[in-house]
Design a protein around this ligand. Sequence first.
Ligand code: BG6
Length: 502
Amino acid sequence: MSDKNSAQTGETISETNSAFLPVDTFDLVVFGGTGDLARRKLIPSLYHRFCDGQISPESRIIGTSRSDRSQEDYRRLVHDAYNSFSQDDDYDDGRWSDFKNQLDYVGLDVGDDKADWTALAKVLSKDADRVRVFYLAVPPKLYVDICKGLKAAGLVTPNARVVLEKPIGTDFKTAQSVNQGVGAVFAESSIYRIDHYLGKETVQNLLVLRFGNVLLEPLWSNRAIDHIEITVAESIGVGGRGAYYDGAGALRDMVQNHLLQLLCLTAMETPASLDADDVRTEKLKVLRALRLITDTNVAEDTVRGQYARGKVEDEVMADYLTDVGVDFSETETFVAIKAHIDNWRWAGVPIYIRTGKRMATRRSDIVIQFKPVPHSVFGDTKLNPNRLVIRLQPDEAVRLWMEIKEPGAGGLRLKTVPLNLAYADNFTVRYPDAYERLLMDVVRGNLSLFMRGDEVEAAWKWVDSILAAWSSSGQRIELYQAGQDGPDEAHDMLQKDGNSWV
Ligand code: BG6
């Protein structure tokens, strides 16, 4: 077989070598080390990377939080959390005992002006040259103070980097001030703004699908694409996060980051390489080309909703107000937007995005709806235009819907069928949690899957335009029953254009 086609081994997909490259020995300090994110995601992700041999036994993970507790206590806390949250069966007592030796704990109240950083400095002093990661899994209002504290305590070594969780600010201005405050301590090349959607397997596959195949690019524009839909639907409600969520809402919580990142990867030009700045510069161009929402188009191009009592998978769910414990709230738990990217490639192609909590089911899709053929030779027979559906989660898959002839005699009948690349049918590997890849990328110093400061600010500028237009126009919140895919108005928005949500 020639080199050119040696990758195509008959009809089967050959799985790639999945050896894991070990990363440099590191010290990782998790601020908010006893919090939800650390317990549910960060520590379990590190455990998995440890089990796969990517993390050396000399590396250290140091949890910090306000409470005073012993190292043993901390180890027990994260162990119990792993066992109650983890849905996989990869737990192994022996491996956990090896892993837990890397876990340490330091009590530190970073919210206190007079916080004493000596204990942390002492733990870190053992090796000042190694990669040092400060992961800020705390409320964003503490970001700048923690960075200042780190600097004052002399902990920002040349090999140090900081990881910021979203949300970075609550609007353009506050995001800019976080960026400036953190930027006064860390260089941009040492700031890792995390959006865990960029660590998802299928989101990275979007890059491979678009830029690793010659078939799609010539069609990837307004010449062949009619419209695009991006849906991130969740069946969960706001759970115990009401205090944060009620001030944020779906636009800030999901659209400003996850949905706009998906939109950027779908719509950006081909970057010169996968180097961080090449990719991030292309994403920034998309964000800057997004048409702002104003009083004139806000009613037509946006829908905001809030879930009311209803049933999700036969279980009765309370309404949002009850979940959050308030009598009145104008916070949206659902948002749908008809976006436009004002550039040559996308002029005239509506990009519909929507996200919501307590929708019928958990499902994230990117749908590329192609235009109809320019002329049908099949007379009155209905032809469905091609459609590419990228299912991000669950049941990861890529499906290209095409027209074929239905077999059989007696007239020409057409059928729409998918070319179906379902991951489960083709790969048996375990899908790592998004945080596994992202954490290892931080240690490796690879910024490609993290957001640059100007990107975050550009995303806020667009989101701010929507918030301002909602407020000045007094746009209503439409109620939808839990278990419904958002309010009817979100369906009407597409229907007016002759389209529908897939
Ligand atoms: C988080 C949001 O960033 O993403 C949550 O704050 C949301 O509100 C979550 O539930 C969704 O992530 P995933 O990976 O479950 O789709």
